[in-house]
Ligand binder design. Structure first.
Ligand SMILES: [Zn+2]
Length: 406
């Protein structure tokens, strides 16, 4: 049996939510290679069977949020500018979380934020409308940084072929652009929303408000990968030059230190509940949910800006056995908006549903034949997760215990 991507061989499910130990932790996209060397996965405690994301949620409920807010005000006071210049930078593409963040920072804490947007690869109509409403109804100055469309397309295509990761170019841009723009504008404070630890990165990462530098800065550019290919090789084998890829690359440690840029998670300081961020964004920045259910899950308001996002979650289902309904249900269970039983039923109903709504359009845009996509797809299945039964692929283990080996 071949276990790909350094995944834990034995599949275990959390006893509180519906997540398994196959859930990947964040990795720096610019070191992301096909074998996912050094990749980490969600830890499930051997004694009580509870995952780190659920444990983190319990910790969150015991935090003294009043104290945290005081710390936030102190941080903001340190950076606040009274001369009309921007004093903080908020990256976002118009989702509920960035809308919430920007709005509270400006209107509750009286900061002067600049918004920076790395747009989705293929904006959905309602995603673009939410973005426009955020800026126009919410009332913000905003900067949009668009990469060269031809390079974006080529890299997205290559990241599907090499990593089965259609969302890489978007993630790269979204994570890298803010520190770089902060440097250019002399802004020393950048806010991201939630810490990835809330969803299963090592808990220790959540003990700090600061974002780990390895997510957005490097010491040396020689070892960087884009679409799973070393940058030097990309330049040699493909038609673009270093300058064309530069916008996708992270900033340097040197630049961050020189400009004294601090990158914080607002979620460290303010209690963050996705459903509440949603209601807040509806009320204050004209946010609306998707007019229909998102394929692969039951929700309508999480990550809806990019047509490619639905496909992204389909690829996590193939690579890790974890679809979007598992992600969404686990989060809602932790926030007590769903019971575990309800979550299990939703996973059974929707997880791994093929996102055909935008599929043809995406393949046409990327110039990939649909049958080629499915061929690639099967190459990324790890045999400890999947079993071929007649002409279909089935999971060996599921939360509902209806896998082939359960
Ligand atoms: Zn859990």
């Amino acid at each position: 049996m071949i276990v790909k991507y350094n995944l834990p061989k034995k599949i275990i499910f959390c006893k509180n939510c519906v997540m398994s130990n196959q859930r990947p932790g964040s990795i720096s996209e610019f070191f992301h290679t096909k074998d996912r060397k050094n990749a980490k996965y969600l830890k499930i405690n051997e004694q009580d069977g509870i995952c780190d994301a659920c444990k983190q949620n319990d910790i969150k409920n015991k935090i003294n949020w009043k104290e945290r807010e005081k710390k936030l005000v102190k941080l903001l006071d340190k950076h606040r500018k009274k001369n009309g210049e921007y004093d903080c930078l908020i990256p976002g593409s118009g989702g509920k979380d960035s809308a919430f963040q920007a709005h509270v920072l400006k209107y509750k804490y009286n900061m002067n934020p600049l918004i920076v947007t790395w747009p989705p690869i293929l904006y959905t109509d309602y995603g673009l409308k939410n973005y426009n409403n955020w800026i126009n109804i919410g009332g913000f100055d905003a900067l949009v940084v668009r990469p060269n469309g031809r390079v974006m397309k080529e890299l997205t295509k290559l990241s599907i072929i090499n990593l089965f990761h259609p969302f890489q170019t978007f993630i790269l841009g979204q994570k890298n652009i803010a520190p770089k723009i902060a440097s250019k504008f002399g802004i020393k404070l950048v806010f991201y929303g939630e810490n990835e630890a809330e969803y299963g990165n090592p808990i220790a990462e959540n003990n700090s408000s600061l974002r780990k530098k390895s997510y957005f800065a490097v010491k040396n550019y020689n070892n960087i990968y884009l679409a799973g290919i070393k940058i030097s090789e990309l330049i040699k084998k493909y038609k673009f030059k270093y300058r064309d890829y530069k916008i996708f690359l992270p900033t340097s440690d040197k630049e961050i230190n020189k400009n004294k840029i601090e990158i914080h998670y607002l979620g460290y300081y303010l209690k963050w509940i996705p459903q509440e961020a949603f209601y807040y964004a509806v009320k204050n920045t004209g946010f609306s949910p998707r007019p229909f259910r998102t394929q692969g899950t039951f929700s309508k308001y999480n990550s809806i800006d990019d047509k490619i996002d639905d496909l992204h979650y389909y690829t996590t289902f193939i690579k890790f056995g974890i679809g979007r309904a598992t992600y969404d249900a686990s989060q809602e269970i932790r926030n007590k908006h769903l019971t575990r039983e309800e979550g299990k039923n939703l996973v059974k109903k929707y997880d791994g549903e093929f996102p055909d709504r935008y599929f043809s359009e995406i393949m046409k845009f990327l110039e990939i034949k649909e049958e080629t996509f499915f061929k690639i797809c099967d190459k990324f299945r790890s045999s400890h997760l999947w079993k071929r039964v007649k002409s279909t692929w089935r999971l060996r283990h599921t939360i509902n215990k209806d896998g082939t080996d359960d």
